[in-house]
Design a protein around this ligand. Sequence first.
Ligand SMILES: Nc1ncnc2c1ncn2[C@@H]1O[C@H](COP(=O)(O)OP(=O)(O)O)[C@@H](O)[C@H]1O
Ligand SMILES: [Mg+2]
Length: 258
Amino acid sequence: MSKIVAVVNQKGGVGKTTTTVNLATALSTVGKKILIIDFDPQGNATTGLGVTDKKNIKGSYEVLTGEVKADQVSYETEIPNLFLMPSSPHLSGAEIELVGLKGRERLLRVALQPLGSFFDYIFIDCPPSLGLLTLNALVAADQVLVPLQCEFYALEGLSQLLDTVSKVKKNLNPGLDLQGIVLTMFDSRSSLSSQVANDVRLHLKDIVYKTHIPRNVRVAEAPSFGKPAVIYDMKCLGSLAYIQLAKEILSQEKELAA
Ligand SMILES: Nc1ncnc2c1ncn2[C@@H]1O[C@H](COP(=O)(O)OP(=O)(O)O)[C@@H](O)[C@H]1O
Ligand SMILES: [Mg+2]
């Protein structure tokens, strides 16, 4: 089956979308078949992959409500092996619309089942909250990837997030595991960045990936060209870090399988 990875952090601006897009692209370049599900009403992953007309598009919202089947709106991108289920405008109302529905937290899980093993990985780019959309992602997922920004408040909110993950595992999705935490926007010139990174590694040990993602201008400007950084500028430090992270994740999986 496809490995479904929810990219989650209830804080905005910590690098969820950037990590989703670039990690997914790095994996697609080594021949893995990847689907990115844009599950954030803001649709940043959709824009970042070059979709300009988001108004008339069907995507994750229509999949959630059962209006379309997941494979109908898993579009090929310009990047070989990389597919995108875009965010659609209606997604912003989903949290409220679905709240009274029976089985509302399982809608995405059920909707993704027909995809079977077509993809090696499915990455769900979550919105910045622990609401119903993120809950749907956690119930659908096998693993959770948490981007953590190297800033003073990094650890604040993390315990709530990890607590939510373990509650979902206990009550709704026993197959859910924490894949890892990736430190993002690391600034080598700031002692605070190093301090936070050291602190996080000290407390959370092996669940933090060895690879951290540096703060890098090329990474920030890539979405405005509708391209992942790892395609826009493969050799910049940010891209190299995402490629390294992809390698680390692949070798982690090999170890687990052995
Ligand atoms: N490594 C990085 N270097 C520089 N800018 C980054 C980096 N990672 C993310 N950003 C920028 O920070 C902002 C927030 O990142 P984003 O991935 O959209 O976060 P989230 O999805 O968690 O809200 C975006 O403008 C993005 O371009
Ligand atoms: Mg985002």
